[in-house]
Design a protein around this ligand. Sequence first.
Ligand code: GH3
Ligand code: MG
Ligand code: MG
Length: 309
Amino acid sequence: MIKENVLVVDDSILICEIVEKKLASNNINVIKAHDGKSALKIVKEVKPNLILLDLLLPDTDGYSICEKIKNTPSTSDIPIIFLTSQVDKNSIVKAFNVGAIDYISKPFNAIELNVRVKAHLENKRTKDALKQANIELENALIENRRLAYTDRLTGLYNRYYFLEHINKLIEKSKLNNLPLWFILFDIDDFKKINDTYGHYQGDCVLKNVASIIEKYFSHTGISCRWGGEEFISSVYGINEEDLEITIQNICNEVANYNFKYNDINIHCTLTVGISKFDYSLNIDENIIISDKAMYYRKRNGKNGYYFSK
Ligand code: GH3
Ligand code: MG
Ligand code: MG
């Protein structure tokens, strides 16, 4: 069993030793400090599970030590019990106001000391476990959200992410009066690639095409796998001439990419449909326009792009 550290801070060496004698056990390790400065050093380094703190210290008082510990995020959850001979109401109220969880009056009773320390240690254990469970739950939620929005094969976002985040891009482009483009990519004759080389090689082609598209547009918009062998990018703030050059570069890079399979080079090309976002239409209607542009280009020769006018 891992021992829990209890720090006792008291200028009296004798009191520290008595506390140690009464508390130390299989489960508790007592650490001693006799002034505020060394107490704070130990708190920072060891992060004890609980602190027994004297009110009167040679270099400072217990209140300010307590406040410092409570105001430091990494130590704020350490329970502090005041061990004090000052049991007047004002002193006790002040102790609770600066963050103490309890107080034990001196001279103390060993049984009471044990009972209180163990109760607060258990409390802290429960709180720590709850905190840890919350962190794990939050991480699991983040991971779930990531998975829900990610295409497993290519690692790109999926269409759900696209549809949920596209409005932000639309607002941004509207606000800054800068064009927003929808670009639909479709791999040409992809069925033939699957049929000729197999599904696994088809998957490799999809992954590589996805990373090429993502590389060009990761800073200017959202790219996602729309489904099957189709990808969509929504790009913001780029003018038509520069967009045309970028799309030509993507098409060239895909066409020249060395998709190798058993020393055979697999060839693959893209047909791309582009439309400028029309604010008078909804998102689906805008996607239909880029889809139509893509199919128009397919009918008039694959491996190229068409701007819907
Ligand atoms: P076109 O040039 O007209 O677009 O022809 P195409 O063959 O690319 O289009 P078609 O729609 O006929 O075929 C698309 C193929 O994509 C069929 C489907 O089996 C394949 N496909 C869809 N998703 C995946 C996937 O995740 N992995 C693999 N390997 N193939 C996929
Ligand atoms: Mg298709
Ligand atoms: Mg296709």
